[in-house]
Write a protein that binds this ligand. Structure first.
Ligand code: CTP
Length: 477
C-alpha cells in the first residue's frame, strides 16, 4: 500500500496544515487523519441521504445519518488512568473493548498500577505510547501532561483505588495521573475498586460525595468476591463492558451539541413484575436495553434525566437519576412524582394486568387442581400521562411492541393513548428485538411514518433523542 508523509506535501499545504493542527490542538499527523476521516464520513452521509426508503413510507430520517457520520468523523479519545489494584488486569480488557469500538485509548499507569500490569501490555493493546512519569523529559517534550489532559474527551479512571479517589477529591497533583486529572476539563468517569471496608470507610464516602459534587461520574462498584480470600462485599470493579456502556454516551456527547441542556426528560424502561405470591410474578419480556440507551443518550445531550425502570440486569446508566420499581402502579407513582418534565418517553414493557389479590404466602401445589387467578387491569401509564390536563409533558412518546400489523396497531395506539409520537417495532419471535442489541423501528407521528434502518439500540436512542431536541427547538414536528 502506498504511503504518504507530511514531509512530501508542498510548503503551502504544510503551512496551512500546521496552522490548522495548532488551532485544534492536534499533531499534524492527527490533523491529516481527521481531515481524511471527515471526508470519508461526509461521503457516508451522502450515501445515506441517497438511500431511498421502503416504498410507501418516508425516506430514512436524516438525524440518524449525520449523527453517525459525526461519530466516525472525529475519532473519540479516551485517556485511561489505571490505578494500582488487582482489578488493573481488567483494564487491559477495557482497552480492547474501547478499541473495538473505534476509540483511541491513551493510558497512564500509576506507579502502583505497574505492580499489577506492565507498560508493555498496555501499549501493545492500545497501540499507543503509555505514560507513567510526570517528570519524564521526553514525554514532557513530546506531549506534555497538559496536552495529555486536554486531548481526551473522556478520562476514565479504572480501577479507581481509594487512594486515587482521595487524591482527586483533595486536588493533589504529585504524580502524572493526579496532575493530569487536575489539569483536565474533560468529563471524568471513575470505576472504583477496593476492599469493602475501604469502600464503606467514612473517608471514602466523603471523597465520593465530593467527587460526585464536582461532576465526576461513577460506574460500580459491584457486590462480589474480593481478591483476598474469604472477603466479599461491595467493592469489585464494574466489568469492562459495563464501563464501556457508561463511557460511550459521553464520548458521543463530546461531539454532540448539548441540545437538550436544561430540559427535563423522563424515561421508563424494562418490564414490570406483578406479584402472584411472594415467589411468583407476571411479567413481560424486556431487557431494558432500549429504554436505558434512550435515557443515556438524552443525558449525553445535556438533559436532566429521570429513568424509572422495572427489574433488569443492566447497570444503572451514569450521569442521570435512576429509580427502580417492581410494579406498574409503582412506576406510575414515580412518574407522577417526577413531573413536571418537558419530555416523557415510555419504553417500558408494562404488564397489562395484575393479580387482584396476591397471596401473602407461597401458593402450594395441590395435586390434580390448579389455582385460579383473578386478574385486573393495570393503569396504562402512557395513556394516563398522555391525557393529563395539568403538567402534561410537551412531548409524550410511546413505544408499540407488535407481532403483526405493526403500523396499523401503532397508529391506533397513538390516537388511543393521547401521545405525540409512537416508536413502533416488530417484536415477533424471529425479529431478535426482545433481549437483542438491534432494533428496526418506525416513527409514527401525526405527520406520517418514517421507517428507520435496522441499527443498534444505542443508535436508535441517539437518533430519537436528536429528533426530540429538534422538535423542542421547533425544527421538527
Ligand atoms: N404502556 C404503559 N402502561 C401500560 C401498558 C403499556 O405505559 N399498562 C405503554 C408502554 O410503555 C408503551 C405503550 O404503552 O409505550 C404501548 O405498549 P404495548 O405493550 O405495545 O401496548 P399495550 O397498551 O399493552 O397494548 P397491547 O398489549 O394490546 O398491544
Amino acid at each position: 500500500m502506498a504511503s504518504i508523509t507530511i514531509r512530501q506535501l508542498d510548503e503551502d499545504l504544510k503551512r496551512r496544515l500546521r496552522l490548522r493542527a495548532a488551532r485544534n490542538g492536534r499533531s499534524m499527523e492527527d490533523e491529516a487523519r481527521t481531515i481524511l476521516r471527515m471526508a470519508s464520513a461526509d461521503e457516508l452521509a451522502e450515501q445515506s441521504r441517497a438511500n431511498k426508503a421502503v416504498p410507501g413510507v418516508a425516506p430514512i430520517p436524516q438525524p440518524a445519518a449525520p449523527l453517525l457520520a459525526r461519530s466516525i468523523a472525529r475519532q473519540a479519545r479516551v485517556l485511561l488512568i489505571v490505578g494500582g489494584g488487582i482489578a488493573a488486569y481488567k483494564s487491559l480488557e477495557l482497552i480492547r473493548r474501547l478499541k473495538e469500538r473505534g476509540v483511541v485509548v491513551r493510558c497512564i499507569l500509576t506507579r502502583a498500577a505497574m505492580e499489577f500490569i506492565t507498560v508493555l501490555s498496555a501499549s501493545a493493546l492500545s497501540g499507543e505510547r503509555v505514560f507513567v512519569n510526570l517528570f519524564d523529559p521526553t514525554t514532557e517534550h513530546d506531549i506534555g501532561h497538559i496536552r495529555l489532559a486536554r486531548e481526551a474527551e473522556l478520562v476514565v479512571v479504572a480501577p479507581a483505588t481509594a487512594d486515587l479517589m482521595a487524591k482527586m477529591a483533595a486536588g493533589t497533583a504529585d504524580d502524572l495521573a493526579s496532575a493530569v486529572l487536575l489539569a483536565s476539563d474533560a468529563t471524568v468517569l471513575v470505576a472504583p475498586a477496593m476492599n469493602p471496608h475501604m469502600w464503606a470507610h467514612p473517608a471514602t464516602r466523603r471523597n465520593l460525595a465530593s467527587l460526585e459534587r464536582d461532576g465526576v461520574l461513577v460506574v460500580g462498584p459491584k457486590v462480589g468476591e474480593m481478591a483476598e480470600e474469604g472477603e466479599a462485599g461491595i467493592g469489585r470493579m464494574a466489568e469492562p463492558l459495563e464501563i464501556v456502556s457508561a463511557a460511550l454516551p459521553f464520548l458521543h456527547s463530546a461531539h454532540a451539541p448539548q441540545t437538550l441542556k436544561g430540559r427535563r426528560v423522563i424515561v421508563t424502561s424494562g418490564p414490570t413484575h406483578e406479584p402472584i405470591d411472594p415467589v411468583r410474578y407476571i411479567a413481560n419480556r424486556s431487557s431494558g436495553k432500549q429504554g436505558h440507551a434512550i435515557a443515556g443518550a438524552a443525558a449525553a445531550l445535556g438533559a436532566e434525566v429521570l429513568l424509572v425502570t422495572g427489574p433488569v440486569t443492566l447497570p444503572d446508566p451514569v450521569g442521570l437519576k435512576t429509580v427502580k420499581v417492581e410494579t406498574a402502579q409503582e412506576m406510575l407513582a414515580e412518574i407522577n412524582r417526577g413531573l413536571p418534565a418537558e419530555v416523557a418517553i415510555f419504553a417500558a414493557a408494562v404488564a397489562d394486568w395484575r393479580v387482584e389479590e396476591p397471596n401473602a404466602n407461597k401458593i402450594k401445589k395441590q395435586p390434580g387442581s390448579s389455582p385460579t387467578l383473578t386478574l385486573i387491569e393495570n393503569p396504562d401509564i402512557l395513556a394516563t400521562i398522555g391525557h393529563r390536563d395539568k403538567d402534561r409533558p410537551r412531548l409524550v412518546i410511546g413505544f408499540a411492541a407488535e407481532t403483526e400489523q405493526v403500523i396499523e396497531h401503532a397508529k391506533a395506539k397513538l390516537a388511543r393513548k393521547g401521545c405525540d409520537w409512537i416508536v413502533a417495532n416488530d417484536v415477533s419471535p424471529g425479529s431478535g428485538v426482545m433481549g437483542g442489541d438491534c432494533n428496526a423501528v418506525h416513527l409514527v407521528t401525526a405527520e406520517g411514518i418514517e421507517s428507520w434502518p435496522p441499527q443498534s439500540k444505542e443508535a436508535v436512542a441517539r437518533a430519537l433523542v436528536a429528533r426530540v431536541a429538534d422538535a423542542l427547538t421547533g425544527a421538527q414536528p
